[in-house]
Design a protein around this ligand. Structure first.
Ligand code: ATP
Length: 213
């Protein structure tokens, strides 16, 4: 099975990478694709340019077998809707190949507000990584959306191409890109919060701004 981990990665940090590795191992994934956001539709534009976010991600995953970076959103000039990205992956991987979308609990809590969530569930499984400090409260529309789909068994995901929701406990690391950006602005150390390769890249690019549209 293939895993897709979408995010802004502004910048990527160990709170993305270690939980992603936990999922990779627990589900025995063949491949885990990190998919950095291209044109933001839900949130303000990232602090760092697409080029630098991509470079940092590539540096972060370079020595982990099975991890790779998928640049389709970055290379596209269209707004990055997950449903559109998944349709393009489906077209490439075929109808029957199971794949799962990894997301943190905070992202999952708003899943029902995404564009065409039902269609997303027709194309992919969801793997919700337990994130520290966030109690799970499912709003009624989200509960309705996932009803009958939840499983505790990773093997269930390999049996169907899409449509199941798995809650996967992962290493709890209270690290966020927001905090990393704040530390960077204050000239503080990023050591042991981001991979060394990312730590080496970041300070030199403090003035990096998103590329104009
Ligand atoms: P920001 O602070 O800018 O909002 P972020 O640290 O949440 O950024 P994103 O790139 O927005 O990072 O997140 C991508 C995905 O990774 C989301 O699904 C998010 O829930 C998940 N994620 C981010 N940080 C963690 C963490 N420490 N543990 C588990 N999941 C995380």
């Amino acid at each position: 099975m293939i895993g897709i981990f979408g995010g802004t990665f502004d910048p990527v940090h160990l709170g993305h990478l270690r939980p992603a590795l936990d999922v990779f191992e627990a589900l025995a994934l063949e491949e885990l694709r990190f998919l950095p956001l291209g044109q933001a539709v839900h949130r303000p534009p990232p602090r760092f340019s697409a080029g630098l976010r991509l470079r940092m991600l590539e540096a972060a995953v370079a020595d982990q077998p099975g991890f790779m970076v998928d640049r389709r959103e970055i290379d596209s000039t269209e707004p990055s809707w997950t449903v559109v990205t998944l349709a393009s992956l489906r077209a490439e991987l075929g109808e029957r190949t199971p794949f799962c979308l990894l997301l943190g609990r905070d992202a999952f809590a708003a899943f029902h507000t995404w564009r065409e969530p039902r269609r997303i569930l027709e194309m992919a499984h969801l793997v919700v990584m337990e994130r520290p400090g966030e109690a799970l409260f499912l709003e009624a529309p989200l509960e309705a959306l996932v009803e009958g789909r939840i499983t505790a068994e990773p093997a269930d995901l390999a049996r169907a191409p899409a449509g199941r929701v798995l809650f996967q406990p992962v290493t709890q690391l209270r690290i966020s890109s927001t905090d990393i950006r704040r530390r960077l602005e204050q000239g503080r150390s990023l050591r042991w919060l981001v991979p060394e390769a990312v730590e080496r890249l970041l300070p030199r690019f403090q003035d990096d701004r998103p590329l104009p549209d």
